[in-house]
Ligand binder design. Structure first.
Ligand code: C5P
Length: 278
């Protein structure tokens, strides 16, 4: 079985506090996008994992953890051979690992004849990581709690997206740590986005935002350069995705998006034109 694992972007992300378990409470609009990894899953007696990126080919990979969690919960004494063809940049704030984990859960459940109910898959997803439930849902949603409490949002337009990333990298825990040190006032982009959700693409774009930009504007100035380039190339808006350092731009047309991706590549960035999956 071949299954695509779709990345996500955060159209908004507001950090509203710190929970007793140390995780941050969020309000975020997350949208799956067509940029994806590809997983090949086959039934097997043993659990084996191979990856096109050798640095990711180890037993701690979230694909292996997802498969183990699935077999354990489904009480299946068997395995699977898993091959991951990596396309989504990492770590990038695009939920690449979360997407892979969600695809493994969904794919194995199908391969083994649906032993687990959808609710069980969502519980396993939330244990694997904060963004895994959204990747399993594969719809744009308001994400609350630490990101795992989902309210799907209907009737949003399909958006033309460009993703770009330079050479700088910043881990999610480090971004949260730096955010806590700065302790800025809470933004309310998410509420503004929800109020604009019945309006056109311009109003939606104007409501996008990312609380981590106060951190990355200083620690990853390259993200500011990319955002400025996106605007120069005609983006309606451009923001960091997740805790970065990837940046997305929203474009009015597919032609403008593919032109922007070409121009960003010429400047030495990795860039991808894609669309939101509603
Ligand atoms: O859940 P996930 O594996 O994506 O989280 C990675 C790390 O990011 C956590 O260990 C935590 O340090 C931080 N995090 C957080 N609050 C969230 C999500 C993630 O502090 N809501």
């Amino acid at each position: 079985m071949i299954i695509n694992a779709y990345a996500k972007i955060n159209l908004t992300i507001d950090i509203t506090g710190v929970m007793p378990n140390g995780f941050h409470s969020l309000r975020s609009i997350m949208a799956p996008i067509s940029l994806c990894d590809e997983l090949t899953l086959e039934k097997s007696n043993e659990l084996t994992f191979k990856c096109s990126v050798k640095a990711l080919e180890n037993q701690e990979n979230i694909c292996v953890r997802a498969a183990k969690a699935f077999f354990n919960k489904a009480n299946i004494k068997s395995g699977a051979s898993i091959y991951l063809k990596k396309e989504i940049p990492f770590p990038a704030g695009l939920g690449g690992g979360s997407a892979d984990a969600a695809a493994v859960l969904k794919g194995l459940n199908e391969l083994y004849g649906f032993p687990l109910a959808v609710e069980d898959l969502f519980l396993l997803a939330a244990e694997l990581g904060s963004d895994v439930p959204l990747c399993l849902l594969q719809r744009t949603a308001l994400c609350e709690g630490r990101g795992e409490l989902l309210t799907p949002i209907s009737n949003l337009p399909v958006m033309n997206i460009v993703i770009a990333i330079g050479s700088a990298r910043l881990s999610t825990p480090e971004a949260f740590k730096q955010y806590d040190l700065l302790n800025p006032p809470v933004k309310n982009d998410t509420d503004r986005f929800l109020s604009a959700s019945k309006n056109g693409i311009e109003s939606l774009a104007a409501a996008c935002g990312n609380a981590f930009e106060v951190v990355t504007d200083v620690l990853c100035p390259e993200t500011v350069t990319i955002r400025n380039e996106m605007f120069r190339l005609g983006a309606l808006t451009s923001h960091l995705s997740g805790s970065g350092p990837s940046v997305y731009g929203i474009f009015a047309t597919e032609a403008e998006a593919s032109n922007a991706a070409c121009e960003l590549k010429k400047k030495g960035f990795s860039a991808y034109a894609c669309k939101t999956l509603n």
